[in-house]
Write a protein that binds this ligand. Structure first.
Ligand code: R1P
Ligand code: GUN
Length: 287
């Protein structure tokens, strides 16, 4: 890893060393990678024939520091599909560089993964959304990217992807359709939404004025993750499907007495995690 001032990047060889270590130690060769959001790591517990690697044991792997993110990589089978699950993701606000936050994505690519499923906990900006809704991510707004915090900044490595990747197709339309169909079949269409996720660096939640501004920008859910991983996944050609669990409604009114907290966020994930797990698991059987 090289680090100059605020920027930091990994070499191709470092990603390769991690991938080769995992290929040596794991029996499975997954095609699907799943990143579990805050309080949503239970999905990885459903895998069978598991091989579990605490992040601390994996060469070059970063460490999780946030409650609700366990910090282990789980290989196994879910509903007939070989998967690798990140039980705990990395966030920029934890002090990780953006290269660290996204490190696992290139490792997944080198493992032979072709599809990335991302999940997160997010605040609902769209007034039609309810707490407990599952929002399929149709698109995102990379707000830190507007300010130059982007995992693709720096020298491009053509072995991963091109200098100027397209992002107008960031979220795979076929996978979105499949997720909708699956939700209909399992009877959870009533709380399924679709919308635009906006990433802010965090770790503070938003002010009233910020929430109002985000709505004007077209954001429908807000969180502190996901976008960097998706950008890097698209750079190396992975198909992406994303789910935001709406854990709270953002405050857009100065008279409101509601105060969001991470406890509230984790409580909502507990209420809806089984539905989300079922949705991902049912969908996997169709891939
Ligand atoms: O995006 P995930 O990791 O699911 O978690 C979301 O919830 C946490 C805040 O409660 C932040 O980490 C935010 O990004
Ligand atoms: N930024 C942000 N992240 C969240 N994660 C869960 N809820 C929220 C929220 O309201 N705002």
């Amino acid at each position: 890893m090289t680090s100059t001032g605020e920027s930091c990047s990994y070499t191709y060889e470092e990603y390769k060393e991690t991938a080769d270590w995992l290929l040596t130690h794991a029996k499975q060769r997954p095609k699907v990678a799943i990143i579990c959001g805050s309080g949503l790591g239970g999905l990885a517990d459903l895998l069978v024939e598991k091989t579990v690697f605490p992040y601390a044991e994996i060469p070059h792997f970063p460490q999780s520091t946030v409650e609700g993110h366990d910090g282990q990589l789980v290989f196994g089978e879910l509903n007939g599909k070989l998967c690798v699950c990140m039980q705990g993701r990395f966030h920029f606000y934890e002090g990780h560089s953006i290269a660290k936050v996204t490190y696992p994505v290139r490792v997944f690519y080198l493992l032979g993964v072709d599809t990335l499923i991302v999940t997160n906990a997010a605040g609902g900006l769209n007034p039609k959304f309810n707490v407990g809704d599952i929002m399929l991510i149709r698109d995102h707004i990379n707000l830190p990217g507007f300010a130059g915090i982007n995992p693709l900044c720096g020298q491009n490595d053509d072995r991963f992807g091109s200098r100027f990747p397209c992002m107008s197709d960031a979220y795979d339309r076929d996978l979105l359709r499949l997720a909708q169909e699956t939700a209909q079949e399992q009877g959870c269409a009533a709380f399924l939404q679709q919308g635009v996720y906006c990433m802010l660096a965090g770790p503070m939640y938003e002010t009233v004025a910020e929430c109002r501004a985000l709505r004007i920008l077209g954001a429908e859910a807000v969180g502190m993750s996901t976008v960097p991983e998706v950008v890097l996944a698209r750079h190396c050609g992975l198909r992406v499907l994303g789910f935001s669990l709406i854990t709270n409604k953002v405050v857009t009114d100065y008279e409101s007495t509601e105060r969001v907290s991470h406890n509230e966020v984790l409580e909502t994930t507990r209420m809806r995690t089984k539905d989300l797990q079922k949705l991902v698991s049912n969908l996997l059987s169709k891939l």
